[in-house]
Design a protein around this ligand. Structure first.
Ligand code: LMR
Length: 406
């Protein structure tokens, strides 16, 4: 009876990861999946996370069910992190929050929730986005049409802000939903400026669009938690703008496989707080049919980091270290390319932010990088800067130089 089931090949970063693992070359370099690596190319256990686990007395930890909406001890500091100490007390009564299976879980639940309760005609995604975004929306909200708004200008390797605004102004319908990356846009590494964010917020307000922020890199992008939440906090200054934040702790706490995240839905600040409570009850209803409850362990680790003053200070240092190493590797790659006289401008490598760089290499060039040099990156030309280190950055630069000149 299953003869008709097609084999679905792996896609996206996990396909590249599998290919990298299968390569036996000693020269191989993994610039595919977005996971932090230290300068020895190894996964990094954050000292703050290691300390949190020590304090948790793991041998005697029990494994009871959490409440269906998740652990309050986790959700509240997670929400405070997004909105900041100043804004959080004011906004909290209007926010429906729940713990989710990392950012993917939050994205899926908001898609299902909007499809069920708001029924926007279209969800607008940036033309370049995380490969899972369109998949999540098609799978969870098939009645909502997935549309693209211009994001990346190939010619200038920068944000196509005029195209973005003109397209939404012209084609977005009142009540549509829109996905925005809060910071460190994946895959391009290009974010709007503060003034551009202000214009986007005004447009969303005018069109009564429902904004979904994907926030996967708070603190990881710049090393500063407040700076990386600026866009979200700015939108919160518009009391009528209703929006959601899909929060992931995969990157900023290095808790990739533990699936730690939260969904926060901010209702109009003119609504009564009972609206947020009703929304949360419906989120719980959806979540119950999906996974019942988000896993507890990683959320407990995150709670310990977020709520212990001393560990939190260590975490701030960890964030500066990770983002600092990434910036240093951007600079090193840029310097090498300039020293080699590689044709083209490479300034964008240092100007982009976060984990990824959109190099500008074509799919054909990416194939040569992989086949000839054993360097693994996404077909779009995206590299994860975290895979670069002192020991391989010259090799990668020489390979780029070679493919560009061919
Ligand atoms: C990536 O874009 O490489 C990461 O966010 C990992 C993933 O889940 O795709």
């Amino acid at each position: 009876r299953f003869e008709a089931v097609d084999h679905k090949p792996l896609g996206g970063p996990f396909k590249i990861e599998a290919a990298y693992r299968g390569d036996t070359s000693e020269d191989k370099v993994n610039l595919g999946i977005g996971a932090y690596r230290d300068d020895a190319g190894q996964p990094w256990l954050l000292p703050s996370v290691a300390e949190a686990k020590k304090r948790m007395d793991l041998p005697s930890c029990t494994h009871e069910y959490s409440p269906l909406h998740g652990l309050d001890a986790f959700i509240e500091p997670a929400r405070r992190l997004v909105f900041g100490a100043e804004l959080d007390p004011e906004i909290a009564p209007f926010v429906a929050s729940m713990q989710t299976v990392s950012g993917t879980g939050a994205n899926s639940i908001i898609a299902k929730f909007l499809a069920r309760w708001i029924q926007p005609q279209q969800i607008w995604l940036p033309a370049q986005t995380w490969d899972n975004h369109p998949h999540i929306w098609r799978q969870n909200a098939p009645a909502i049409q997935v549309r693209d708004y211009p994001y990346y200008d190939q010619k200038t390797c920068s944000l196509d802000f005029a195209g973005l605004m003109a397209t939404l102004e012209r084609d977005a319908k009142e009540g549509d939903a829109i996905l925005l990356h809060a910071c460190a846009h994946n895959p391009t590494g290009i974010d709007p400026t503060e003034n551009q964010w202000k214009d986007i917020a005004l447009l969303c307000e005018k069109k009564r669009m429902f904004v979904v922020f994907d926030s996967a890199y708070q603190g990881f992008a710049s090393g500063n938690l407040d700076k990386d939440a600026w866009s979200i906090r700015h939108f919160a200054t518009h009391p009528d703008l209703e929006f959601a934040v899909c929060q992931s702790f995969s990157k900023n706490l290095g808790l990739y496989g533990e699936r730690v995240g939260a969904l926060h839905i901010v209702t109009s600040r003119n609504a009564t707080p009972s609206v947020a409570l009703a929304i949360r009850s419906q989120l719980v209803e959806i979540h119950r049919g999906e996974v019942s409850i988000a896993p507890a362990f990683g959320a407990r680790v995150a709670t310990t980091v977020l709520t212990s003053e001393e560990i939190f200070s260590q975490w701030l240092e960890d964030l500066v270290l990770m983002s600092g190493r990434i910036k240093a590797m951007r600079q090193a790659l840029y310097d090498e390319l300039v020293a080699l006289g590689t044709p083209g401008s490479w300034k964008h490598v240092v100007e982009q932010t976060g984990m990824f760089s959109y190099t500008g290499l074509s799919t054909d060039q990416v194939t040569v990088m992989q086949e000839k040099f054993h360097i693994y990156m996404l077909p779009t030309g995206r590299i994860s800067i975290c895979g670069l280190r002192d020991a391989n950055v010259k090799y990668v630069a020489r390979a780029i130089d070679n493919v560009v000149r061919e």
